[in-house]
Design a protein around this ligand. Structure first.
Ligand code: SF4
Length: 509
């Protein structure tokens, strides 16, 4: 299946016909029934707000019909007064793949706005009518999209903007703006081709477990409770967990993220992130008389304890992990004179220790299980008296998610991992999938998904790092269903029932 491209106006058809792999269909606005299946409507439109400039692109999240003003009125609202565009809108048709197409356009340098596009039965050029449509939340108006959009969520509408309230349709410079909009439309041809190649029926395999772990839930709950209990400002040192969406959501609710405790006003309230901190950070907080709430994951705190114990008895502690990761920086800070960081078996082969008979090891909690085991094997061979934790330090959530992604990778042509680039466990999930022989991509959200990676791919595995909200997975599935019908299969390996109690500062009176 490849998507169908529709260009309602002759001028729109002309600018795209020689540029697309498959010629667009010129529809006019006389169509009697919507199309259905993956359809992309490409054309020009008028913006309803000044924040959208002529030459920008609008991608419709929904397509609405304006009140019945004498046009086609296929979706017109009953009872809307004739001639009054904007008196009512109706027939919202959701475009599920809008975010995917908008993301692709943005990556190619276009200025793109997402929002509802409203279709009127005639050209709407009165400022009053346009203001009425804008007041309802629409961002652009055209005369055809609602006539073509089916209710299956698979219609995408891409419109190049000709005019806006400051530069009205009948204002000076209109021909120049029209030409510019058509040029921009022509430049979208590559993206439209990419969208078309990405359309099709698919099976989606969901890894289970995926997404939030107990430590991340505890850290987020801690900040939320602190905001509820103490009000703003609540300061948080660094990202509470390594996820952009989590951080911006908490910011919206009033949390203030700082790099160091020194940025918090004397006596302020500071939450420490899930990855843990070096003792020096607590000292700095104490010097500023900060009220500290520690959201360090208990499983990270356990590794800190191990390192302190080994160091106290004079051992060299080989900390297996990534030296620039905040968790490793924090753990190293427990005994900087005793800790040596190695990240892989090769580094373990060459490390020098003062006393090979007195060496212990500890681990970052979010490593790739297999590689960490190889690193321990090297250390054990080189230092036969090596001491270490009874069970390795890689946490249950990391282990379970890696096992789950390995399972879906075996049955998928592509694995999509939702998570931020600075999330260690998310990166490891992509690596584990690739090690299993399946290409993988790590993206923060559906808007970052490169559409060209979907061409010809019919089975996609999906997982999310321990710091990525579950809603991102739901949203990705919805977006993919905008490219064609999807079958969703849960590939579960059991549920997780681990829960950690919140810090007493946010629970006790
Ligand atoms: Fe804790 Fe593991 Fe989650 Fe990190 S990934 S916060 S160590 S449970």
């Amino acid at each position: 299946m490849t998507g169908v491209v529709c260009t309602p106006l002759y001028a729109e058809w002309v600018v795209l016909r020689g540029k697309l792999t498959t010629a667009p269909v010129r529809t006019g606005r006389s169509r009697g029934s919507p199309l259905g299946g993956p359809v992309l409507v490409a054309g020009v439109a008028g913006a309803l707000v000044d924040g959208i400039a002529p030459g920008d692109l609008v991608v419709a999240t929904e397509v609405w019909s304006a009140g019945n003003e004498g046009g086609d009125g296929r979706r017109a609202t009953a009872g809307a007064p004739a001639g009054a565009v904007g008196a009512a809108v109706s027939g919202a048709v959701v475009s599920r793949a809008a975010v995917l197409v908008a993301g692709e356009l943005r990556r190619r340098g276009f200025t793109v706005h997402l929002g509802p596009v409203v279709t009127a039965g005639r050209v709407v050029d009165s400022a009053g009518e346009r203001a009425a449509l804008a007041a309802r939340g629409a961002v652009a108006v055209d005369t055809e999209s609602a006539l073509l959009a089916a209710d299956d969520g698979q219609t995408v509408v891409v419109r190049a903007v000709v005019d806006n309230p400051t530069h009205p349709l009948r204002g000076l410079g209109m021909p120049r703006r029209g030409v510019r909009a058509l040029r921009e439309l022509r430049r979208t041809a590559d993206v439209i081709d990419t969208w078309s190649a990405a359309t099709g029926e698919r099976e989606l395999l969901l890894a289970g477990p995926r997404s939030f772990c107990a430590g991340v839930e505890r850290a987020i709950d801690t900040v939320e409770q602190a905001l509820r209990r103490f009000g703003v400002p609540v300061y948080v040192r660094r990202q509470i967990v390594h996820n952009r969406h989590v951080v911006s959501d908490l910011e919206r609710r009033g949390a203030i993220f700082v790099e160091e405790a020194g940025e918090v006003p004397e006596g302020g309230l500071l939450v420490l992130a899930a990855h843990g901190v070096a003792p020096a950070v607590r000292t700095q907080a104490a010097e500023r008389h900060l009220r500290v709430i520690d959201a360090t994951c208990p499983l990270v705190a356990k590794v800190h304890q191990e390192v302190r114990r080994y160091a106290d008895r004079g051992s060299t502690v080989v900390l297996i992990g990534h030296a620039d990761h905040e968790e490793v920086i924090g753990t190293t800070g427990e005994a900087p004179d005793h800790v040596l960081v190695v990240s892989n078996p090769a580094e373990a082969e060459t490390i020098h220790v003062p006393d090979p008979g007195n060496v212990a090891y500890a681990m970052q909690t979010t490593l790739a299980v297999d590689e960490a085991a190889e690193t321990v094997d090297v250390l054990r061979r080189r230092f036969p008296a090596l001491d270490g934790p009874r069970k390795d330090d890689i946490c249950y959530a990391t282990t379970n998610r890696q096992q789950a992604v390995r399972t879906i990778a075996a049955e998928s042509e592509l694995v999509i991992v939702l998570g931020s680039q600075n999330s260690s466990n998310s990166r490891r999930l992509a690596e584990v999938a690739e090690a299993a022989g399946t290409p993988a991509i790590l993206i923060d959200d559906a808007g970052e998904l490169p559409l060209d990676r979907l061409a010809g791919v019919t089975r996609i595995g999906i997982t999310a790092g321990a710091s990525a909200p579950p809603a991102l997975v739901d949203n990705l599935i919805s977006c993919l269903s905008g490219l064609g019908p999807v079958t969703v299969t849960e590939s579960g390996t059991g549920t997780e029932d681990v829960r950690f109690a919140l810090p007493k500062e946010v629970t006790q009176p």
